[in-house]
Design a protein around this ligand. Structure first.
Ligand code: ZN
Length: 135
């Protein structure tokens, strides 16, 4: 059986990353580990670690991106929670077997060889869930 190892990150959608950093970095005092544009995803992201778990801020950089549409529809706020699993393919197979609705039926290969997939929020009682398998 595949095993959930830990929470990897919690992601928030924001309209303006710099504005959001005034809260997360400057007011709360979290350290900013990474701030970069991701042209492939038409977004900018910031990572602020909290003892092994990352707070991720995502800002759309183009009006036609999925994340921009999400922001327009729902406004800023919580976007998804990401769980690290030891074997993402086995976990996706297990979820399919249990008729859990998935956004990605197969793992997607991301930066640095990490594998990820999203579970549909309908299946997780309104929460968009991401799975990670780190290389
Ligand atoms: Zn994520």
């Amino acid at each position: 059986m595949p095993i959930i190892k830990r929470i990897d990150h919690v992601a928030m959608v924001v309209e303006d990353i710099e504005g959001a950093l005034a809260f997360w970095r400057d007011a709360l005092g979290l350290s900013l580990e990474l701030l970069q544009e991701v042209p492939r995803e038409k977004s900018a992201i910031a990572f602020l670690p909290v003892s092994g778990v990352e707070i991720e801020l995502v800002q759309p950089t183009s009006a036609d991106s999925g994340i921009a549409k999400y922001l327009e529809k729902r406004g800023p706020g919580m976007h998804h929670i990401c769980l690290e699993v030891d074997d993402i393919s086995a976990m996706l197979a297990q979820l399919k077997e249990k008729d859990v609705q998935l956004i990605h039926e197969e793992p997607v290969i991301g930066d640095g060889g990490r594998k990820y997939a999203f579970i549909h929020p309908k299946a997780a009682f309104g929460v968009l869930m991401e799975l990670y398998e780190l290389p």
